[in-house]
Every structure is written in C-alpha cells, then in structure tokens.
Unconditional design. Structure first.
Length: 453
C-alpha cells in the first residue's frame, strides 16, 4: 500500500496549540502524521477554558482547522480556530483534537491531541445495601452479613465515610488517594443483627467540596430481647411498696411485641421454681423508639406482699420470642447482694425472716429445755422425800422394818431409771431427753401425805 504524502515537506508551516489556562503554547512542526499530546496543569470544574489551534504558512495552504472536544465542537475555514467552554466533571480525561485539513485528496490530516485534566468536587452517585436502594428488610442472623456500598465520582479521589443514623455514627472510612480513575467505592459488611437497623448515608469529600447521599434504610426483623446496656440494675426491679410501682426497660425488637406472659421463679433466685404468675399482676405498654428498638413500661397492678420475688417475662412478636428476669421487691431499701459471683442475685430482705425465725426458735428451744430439767429435778426431790416419810411412818405404825430404806432391794437400786441420762449438774448442756414431756404417777397415800403437809 502506497504511503500517503504529507503537504510539501519543505513547506514552512507553523502549527500551534494554545491552552488557557495552561502553558502559553505548544508548537508542532509537521513531521509525518505526528500527534502532540498535552496534559497541562489541572483544570477545575466551573473554570473557563480556552483552546486555540493555528496553522500558518506553507504550500499548499491549509483549507480549514477543526477542534473537536466531544460535545464542544467547532469548525472554521481558515488557518486558525478557538474554542471556549466551562470545565465540568465530565471533561476530566476528555481529549480535544486539533486537525489541519487540505483540500487536496490523498494527504494526511495533521492533528494535535489535548487531554484535559479536570479536578472537581465529589458527587455520590449510588448508595445500596444488599444491592438495593430504599428500605431493605432482612431477617436476623447471628452469622449473616449484608454489603453496604457507596460509589462517588471526584478528582482528586475523595475521602469517603459510611455513617449510621442522624447522629452520624461512623461505620467505615476510606482515605482519598489520587488515582487514574474518577470513580471511588467504599463497601462495608453489616452484620444482620437488630442493632444494625438504621438509616445509612455516605459522605464523599475532597479539597474542592463535599457530597452526601442518604437514601437507604436497613430493617433487620428480630425477636424481642432486653437491651442490657440501658437496663440497669441487673436484674431490673419493680417496687411493691412506695413509688415507683412501674419499671422502664429497653428492648431490641422488630416488630414491637404483641403479647407478654409471666412466670414466677420464687423468692430465692438460687432455687427457682417455674409456675405461671397470678393473672393481672402486670401490665406492659411499649412504644417504638427506633427501627428495631422500643421502650416498654411495666406496671405492677394487682400484687400483694406474698408476690415478692423473682419473675421472668416472655415477650413475643411475629418473628419469635425472648425473655429476661426481673424482681418484685418491697421497696427501694431492699438491697440486692451476691454471695457468689457465679450465682444470680438474691434479695437479702427475703432471707431476713428466715434468720429471725431460726433465732427465735432456738431461744424458745433452750427455754423449754431448762424448764423441763428444773421440773424433773423438783419432782424427783419430792418423790425421794415422800418415799422417806412413808417409810418412817410405816416403821412406826407396824413395827416392821421391810419398808425402811435400809431394807430395800439393792439390785433394784442399781438398775438405771428412765432419767438416768439427764445432766442435772449443768442445765446448759442438753441431753437426749430434754425435749420429752415428763409425767409422774403419785400414789393415793403419797397424795394424802402431800395434802397433809
């Protein structure tokens, strides 16, 4: 294939490209089909831009000069042409081509290419969660995630932030670095937990400006559970006596619970029973305070002192159910204590009556023991005295000696009696019989003697 000639090789053409702002001019001499590339200094969005192409002299003369900058295009018949326009973000990377055209056929069209390097403020172009815009609903999962992604255009590359809710809690951040592309993307994997439900926004910022887009909401559907961070003390308490007789608690839930039930666990948190609480003891009203959050008020409506103790409330919505433990106490003076850090809380006031009962019972038992021992000793002395007197009177009346103590059987005297094990010397030492009831059988003659005395 025959190579096309260029216009008269020895012709004296002056071919210049002038850019404003930028360098004064770029001169190119025709040497084959050479292309002159020009980067120039950065241009800024909103700035006025001027590009001039000139071809002077030479034989044959130039028929026309043309400038093509994409949408900005201008033709002129003659040896020079100038184009003016305002820089826009779309102009970054745009090429402007200056062409010199001759009417003679078969000649090269000489060109010079100018590449625009435009800097501009960011524009957030897309914000999605799980690939969608608007409100996106997902079910809660302990291990699941959904992508939150933001895309922006800017030059220089912007600093980008993903923010949660109107308070602007930072989720993820990426520093801006100047690169060959105008598009920047920031992605974060959100856990599919109730706590992730929020309105999200993306902020892109560089030295020329800032852009914010808020158009995506993540709604995580979840069963109710107590927000422990905002529900102190542990366990929550409601007073039977005094004020207040209600308790506020914060829960994660979506949607709001539609039913509640209660289980009585007992007065001691360490020994729990499980039985339904009395009907109409509690009333709960919940108000939504966030996408997946609610504040509930529990009111004690029909309790008595017998109902003091620990309870579990079971909360249900269309997703599932959750529960937590709380305490009904007498008043604010009841102080929770923890005997063992591994054990749940127990109320000290619940044990106080038990300790008092044990103390009083012990005192009564000691008093009964002392009284019983004294009674036994008194009656034994009286029995011995009566026996001695009867023996002496019998000896005087009958003149016989078999009723005298000296004549009693020694074998019978050695046999232990029913109270032989009683401790009669020290009444503070208990014996095995101190709780028995003792009865003495007194003969008619002894009773007569007692009456005579």
């Amino acid at each position: 294939m025959e190579e096309k000639p260029i216009p008269a090789r020895n012709a004296n053409y002056t071919y210049s490209v002038t850019v404003s702002p930028g360098v004064g001019s770029v001169n190119a001499t025709f040497n084959g089909s050479s292309i002159v590339r020009y980067g120039g200094q950065p241009l800024f969005a909103g700035q006025s831009f001027s590009l001039a192409c000139t071809v002077v002299g030479g034989v044959p003369p130039v028929t026309s000069v043309k400038i093509d900058c994409g949408e900005e295009e201008q033709n002129a018949n003659g040896q020079n042409v100038t184009i003016n326009f305002t820089i826009k973000p779309v102009h970054n990377g745009q090429t402007c081509v200056c062409s010199a055209v001759w009417k003679q056929t078969g000649l090269y069209t000489l060109t010079s290419v100018v590449t625009l390097n435009a800097f501009y403020a960011p524009a957030v172009t897309a914000l999605t969660v799980n690939g969608a815009e608007g409100q996106v609903e997902v079910n809660e999962s302990n291990t699941g995630h959904v992508p939150l992604s933001c895309t922006a255009r800017a030059r220089p590359t912007p600093d980008m932030q993903l923010l949660k809710d109107v308070h602007g809690e930072l989720v993820q951040r990426k520093g801006g670095e100047v690169g060959d592309t105008d598009t920047a993307t920031l992605t974060y994997r959100l856990p599919t937990r109730c706590e992730s439900s929020a309105l999200y926004s993306c902020v892109a910022e560089n030295s020329l400006g800032k852009s914010t887009l808020t158009n995506v909401t993540l709604m995580v559907l979840c069963s109710p559970r107590l927000n422990a961070e905002n529900s102190a003390p542990n366990p929550p308490s409601i007073n039977f006596k005094g004020v207040p007789k209600n308790m506020n608690f914060d829960i994660w839930t979506s949607p709001v619970p539609d039913s509640f039930s209660f289980v009585y666990l007992g007065q001691d948190a360490k020994v729990w029973s499980s039985q339904p609480a009395r009907v109409n003891m509690f009333k709960i009203d919940c108000s939504k305070t966030g996408l997946s959050r609610a504040i509930c008020v529990m009111t004690l409506t029909g309790a008595t002192e017998e109902d003091i103790g620990y309870y579990a409330v079971i909360m249900r919505n269309t997703v599932g159910e959750g529960n937590f433990t709380f305490r009904v106490r007498f008043n604010d003076t009841d102080v929770d204590y923890l005997e063992d850090e591994s054990e749940p809380y127990s109320g000290a006031s619940l044990r106080t009556p038990l300790y008092i009962g044990v103390g009083v019972g012990g005192t009564v038992l000691v008093a009964v023991t002392v009284l019983t021992v004294l009674l036994v000793r008194r009656r034994q002395r009286r029995a011995n005295d009566s026996t001695q007197q009867c023996a002496e009177r019998g000896s005087k009346r009958r003149g016989s000696g078999y009723l005298h103590p000296v004549g009693l059987s020694q074998q019978n005297a050695e046999r232990p009696g029913p109270y032989a094990t009683l401790n009669l010397d020290d009444i503070n030492v208990t014996s095995s019989y101190d709780v028995l009831s003792h009865y003495d059988v007194i003969s008619d003659s002894q009773a007569d003697d007692d009456r005579e005395e």
